[in-house]
Structures are given as C-alpha cells and as structure tokens.
Design a protein around this ligand. Structure first.
Ligand SMILES: *Cc1c(COP(=O)(O)O)cnc(C)c1O
Length: 488
C-alpha cells in the first residue's frame, strides 16, 4: 500500500544553475530606452556579480523543481507534535498581501491608523482568548515571547527591590523554557511529573520558596496532557510571592475552552505561527505575543499602541518597561494573517477548532495503542505520545519508523521528544485533517508495524524514494551545505 510521494523526481547529477547558464541567454526584456545612456565609472560599479545567464524556461523549471524537493502542509499530512502544522487558509495570505499594508513603519501616526488599529484589535482578541489584561505583539517567535516573559518577571522582582534566583520547570516543559529562563539569569529547578504525566501541587510545594521567582509550565504539556492541578499550583506559587509563567504555544488545544487568565497564570506567550494559522518552519517569520495580567502590565515592551480619543497612538511612556525587543512593531505580516484567521473563524469556530484538534489526537491515540506502546493512557489534548517499547522486539527504532513513514507520503511525527518517554513518537494531527486522511495515516502506521515484524529491512533502509537518504543529522545542522543547488 506504499503511496508514492508526489515529489520523488530523482535526477542524478542535476547540474547547478551556474553550470546551466550560457552567455547571451536571457530571461528578461526591457522597454526601449527613452533617455540618454549614463555611464558610471567602473571604479564605482566594480565588475558586477557573476550571475548565471539563463532563459526564462530554465529558471521556471529550476525553481519549480526545487519546490518539489520539500514537504509542506500543502503537500500532505504533517503530524509534527508540538508544532501545530495545520493548514493555513489561503485567504489569510491574500489579505495580508494587499498593497496598502506595505506602508513604511516610520510613517506618521496619523497616516498609519489602519495598521495600528489592526494591531490594537489583534491584541484585544488575544486578551479575550487568553483572559489576560494586556498584550505586546513584539516578540518574533515562541521562544522570543518566553524571553520577554522572563525579562518581565525579572523586572517585576527588581521593582520590588528583590532578587530571586531560581525558577521551577517541570520535566514536561518545552526545551526552550529552561533556556529562556537561564538567559535571564534564573537557575532552572527541574521537577518531576507524576505517574499520570502531570505535575502535582505537592511537588511544587516542596520546592517553592522565597528565593524562587515562580514556575514556568507548558500547558498543555509536551505529553499532550492538560496540567489539571494548575490552579492549586498557581496558588502555592503566589502564596510565596512568585509568578506563574505559562508556555502557551499549545493554545490550539484550549482556545475558547480554558482561559489561562482565569486559572492563575500571570504571563503567557502565544505562537501566532502555530495556533493562529500562519505558515511556519524553516526559520521563517513568526510571532510570539506576550500576554500578562494587571500586575505585570507596566513591564511590557515598548512601544505600545494605545487608543486615545478614537485615535491610535504609539507610546514609549512606560518607565518600568523592559524596553524594545524588535524593530518597529514586530512581524506585522504574521499579525495580519492571525487577525484574518481569527476574524474568519469567530469565537464559535475557534472553539470548534480546539475541540476537533483534541478529538483527532484522541482518535489516533485510541486507534494506535494496540500496535504502539502508550505510556500515559488517558485523555490527551491536541497530541499523543507513544514510546518505542513495542518496536524493540523487532530490533527497529523510532527513527526507522519515522523514516519509513516518509515513504508512505507523510511527514514524520516529532521523535525522541519529550525526553521523559523512551523513543518518543509524538503525533499532532491538528484539526484541519479529515477523518479519511487520519484513517489513512493510522493504516500507514499499522502497516509499518507489520513490516517491522515481517520485513524490518524495509524500515532500516528507508527512505529510499526521497530526495536524500538518511543524513548525518548532527552534521546537517551544525555544518549545513548551503549552496544554491546540491547534487545527489
Ligand atoms: C514551538 C514551541 C515553542 C517555541 O516556539 P518558536 O516559535 O519555535 O520559538 C515553545 N514552546 C512550545 C510548547 C512549543 O510547542
């Protein structure tokens, strides 16, 4: 039942764009010159770059082919846990590309009211969704939002002439959490989740003291479970004067259902490029707004957009602010797409999206637990996490399963994360996959587990049909070869 990848156009010894070029080939035509030719001294212009000369058809084919070497949400199901690779409606792109949005950000306030209003309204939507009191849209990614949040916590204690050195971080937190805390000088104190995969209030009570700034908790956590004791945990942290930071990158599971502001969270970041449907991955632009409650509002980054006499004003007049975190306002294009997404969904369908995301993950969890080991067998949120325990008997690993899945036309799930699950396979289907597509995915995994038993070599050799075979992943990340077109 192996489905062929649409993009297996293997071409050996593909020539580089440079080698394809030929003197005198051209892909453009200019209108007839109607002004006198100006000559500029070679000393000023230099020799000019050595660009290849190509015809239009060469270029069209080159880039079209390159585009087929990749895999994206528009190619097929992309169940990469914790990343919320959901389908991004094209209407968002269309609206964000309207020419009026390209105004210079230095333009005078009164000429920029439209853009300021959109940002103001988006921040208002996010306040409503999170139940928080104030929002800054400046951070450019989830981890950047975490850093903003930690800087805000630091500034809060400083304003009270207090220095707190530690911060509690559960073992189910996202990997970026301890890094963000450490960047602000906090020492992460790791705490263990209970047998059911969530954190108990007693565990927090045992370590929370007056030298601890608070807790940084991912909720839903990276096991895909809702931290059900969050209210009690928040109470303990607050009783010692601490703050509760929530990593809200997984808001896709709880939009319209649980409001962080109502369960004791003081500060939370969102990932617009996950939950609010903006294309992401590959280091493209993101947006990680930081949302805070009243007591932390004075510390938000500046500039802030405020509304006065029905006008939108840019203000830097917040003396306790942590300062600026991004040029201008942040990644405006991403904000526009998120705004369009929220407007087109409305509160009713945002809530439905979360419910479907949770339903889809539970459907996969239940359908696959007979073939894959499910270490935490309980209701999950937007994703489910299996271990490699049942694969070990066939002498295949999580990595082998993931690689074979590519030959079935799927992007692999997140693997080997979270660290507390051995050989973790973390699947996040998102709400945008149909039941038929999810059924196909379930069948693919079941079929691979059968293969593992009957013909494990198929897994060990995979992927055979993709553009590249198995890479040295460490080297690929640390020493990437970034030439314009590489050869097989
Ligand atoms: C994706 C993610 C992050 C990091 O977000 P970036 O935009 O990649 O920096 C942080 N926490 C959680 C839980 C995430 O899923």
């Amino acid at each position: 039942m192996t489905k062929q990848f649409a993009n297996t156009g293997l071409m050996l010894n593909e020539p580089l764009l440079w080698e394809k070029g030929g003197k005198g080939k051209s892909a453009f035509s200019m209108p007839n010159q109607d002004v006198e030719q100006a000559f500029i001294d070679k000393d000023i212009t230099g020799e000019g770059p050595n660009f290849p000369e190509l015809s239009e058809i060469d270029i069209a084919r080159h880039y079209t082919r390159l585009s087929t070497w990749n895999f994206g949400v528009d190619t097929g199901m992309y169940p990469l846990g914790s990343c919320t690779m959901k389908y991004n409606p094209k209407i968002n792109e269309k609206l964000a590309a309207l020419s009026g949005w390209s105004a210079n950000p230095l333009i005078a306030e009164e000429l920029n009211q439209g853009a300021l209003e959109i940002m103001y309204r988006l921040a208002d939507f996010l306040k409503e969704i999170t139940g928080m009191d104030a929002v800054s849209l400046q951070p450019a990614a989830g981890a950047h939002g975490e850093l903003a949040g930690m800087l805000i916590c630091h500034a809060y204690f400083k304003s009270k002439n207090s220095i707190r050195k530690k911060i509690i971080i559960p073992d189910t937190a996202h990997g970026t959490n301890p890094a963000s805390a450490a960047l602000c000088g906090f020492k992460p104190v790791a705490v263990k989740s209970g047998q059911n995969g969530t954190l108990s209030a007693e565990t927090v009570a045992a370590v929370m003291d007056e030298d601890t700034a608070g807790i940084m908790i991912t909720n839903p956590n990276t096991l895909g479970l809702f931290e059900e004791n969050i209210k009690d945990i928040a109470e303990i942290v607050h009783s010692k004067g601490g703050l509760v930071y929530c990593d809200g990158a997984n808001m896709n599971a709880i939009m319209g259902i649980a409001a962080p502001g109502e369960i004791g969270i003081d500060v939370i970041q969102l990932n617009l490029h996950k939950t609010f449907s903006t294309p992401h991955g590959g280091g493209g632009p993101g947006s990680g707004p930081i949302c805070v409650n009243k007591k932390l509002e004075p510390f938000l980054p500046v500039p802030r957009i405020i509304k006065q006499d029905n006008k939108y004003i840019i203000s830097e007049d917040f003396p306790q602010s942590i300062g600026r975190l991004h040029t201008f306002f942040g990644n405006f294009g991403v904000m526009l797409k998120a705004y369009c997404y929220i407007m087109s969904m409305g509160d009713k369908y945002l809530e439905k999206a979360s419910k479907l995301a949770v339903l889809n993950a539970n459907y996969i969890k239940t359908s696959l637990k007979e073939v894959l080991e499910l270490p935490y067998d309980r209701l999950c949120m937007h994703e489910c996490v299996f271990s490699d325990k049942k694969l070990e008997q066939y002498k295949v690993t999580t990595l082998d399963l993931a690689k074979r899945l590519m030959e079935y036309g799927y992007h692999p799930p997140t693997i080997y994360f979270p660290l507390i699950v051995h050989g973790a396979i973390m699947i996040e289907p998102t709400e945008t996959e149909s039941k038929e597509e999810i059924d196909n995915f379930i069948e693919a995994i079941k079929s691979i587990v059968c293969e593992a038993k009957e013909n494990p070599q198929l897994l060990l050799d995979a992927p055979k049909i993709c553009k590249t075979r198995r890479l040295d992943e460490t080297k690929a990340a640390r020493k990437p070869i970034l030439t314009e077109g590489y050869r097989l």
